[in-house]
Write a protein that binds this ligand. Structure first.
Ligand SMILES: [Zn+2]
Length: 266
């Protein structure tokens, strides 16, 4: 090749590269950074075993049995049984209002979205019955802009530091009433208005522990949102800028089920 042709090929190559590069959006670069670990991937769930904190009242919550062993069968398999709402799990809309979407019917595009992290650790440390007020969401929007439709909200209460201590995590009083923080009805209303896909928390329930009517569940699940409960430590997730991948079990007819949740950090 002559120098002229080689230079032309080189310039063409650079131009083609620049064209491709200019099409890469920040979201694409988050995905492209995963294999090379430029993008950090954080796992926001607990491994499932029989030592997790169950909702009070359930006697049996998890069991795994060996089905085949390498010694006997040449391969290893187990069978397992568990509650749909145990450990890090997703509440499908059908968990409350009958006739709404079961876990397998949640549209796949609602399982991916920007994370909105609301940090209430200080408030929750002072008041175990704390409920996220609307002002906290307004403060977030003041700093980061309006919450976009399709966002997934994470309420960081700091309760994950109590996991898996049943007493501390449930925080039941003498009457058996639980005390842990959650969303308020007013906050849930505003987040529904914003068009978010889901409400997550690092506690047993999106409703605060002492709730008797589960009003946030009725409201948010009734509006077609899902809940992510018993998320693990959220302290590495920034207030804004992370992208969430939510992968629930595709269990036909399920009221919810175990879920993997990943945060991608640019
Ligand atoms: Zn729930």
């Amino acid at each position: 090749m002559s120098i002229v042709i080689r230079t032309a090929v080189l310039l063409f190559g650079v131009a083609a590269f620049m064209t491709v590069s200019s099409k890469i959006s920040p979201q694409d670069s988050i995905l492209q950074g995963i294999p090379g670990e430029k993008t950090r991937v954080i796992d926001l769930g607990y491994a499932i075993n029989d030592k997790l904190v169950p909702w009070p009242g359930d006697e049996k919550y998890f069991e795994a049995k060996i089905n085949a062993t390498v010694e006997k069968n040449g391969y290893f398999t187990r069978s397992f049984w568990m509650l749909e709402h145990y450990g890090t799990h997703l509440d499908a809309p059908a968990h409350f209002p009958p006739g709404t979407a079961t876990v397998d019917q949640i549209p796949a595009n609602k399982l991916f979205g920007p994370a909105v992290l609301l940090d209430v650790r200080d408030e929750a440390a002072k008041d175990a019955d704390y409920r996220l007020p609307v002002s906290k969401i307004e403060k977030w929007e003041h700093a980061h802009g309006r919450i976009p439709p399709g966002a997934i909200v994470l309420l960081r209460t700091g309760w994950a530091s109590r996991w898996p201590n049943v007493q501390k995590y449930r925080n039941q009083d003498q009457r058996g009433k639980m005390h842990f923080p959650g969303y308020s009805v007013e906050a849930a209303k505003l987040l529904i208005e914003r068009g978010v896909s889901g409400l997550g928390c690092d506690t047993l329930s999106a409703d605060y522990g002492a709730s008797e009517d589960f009003s946030v569940h009725h409201l948010a699940l009734g509006a077609g949102l899902y809940h992510l409960e018993n998320l693990s430590d959220l302290s590495a997730v920034p207030e804004a800028g992370a992208f969430l991948v939510v992968a629930p079990i595709k269990l036909q007819g399920g009221s919810g089920g175990p879920v993997r949740v990943f945060a991608l950090l640019p």
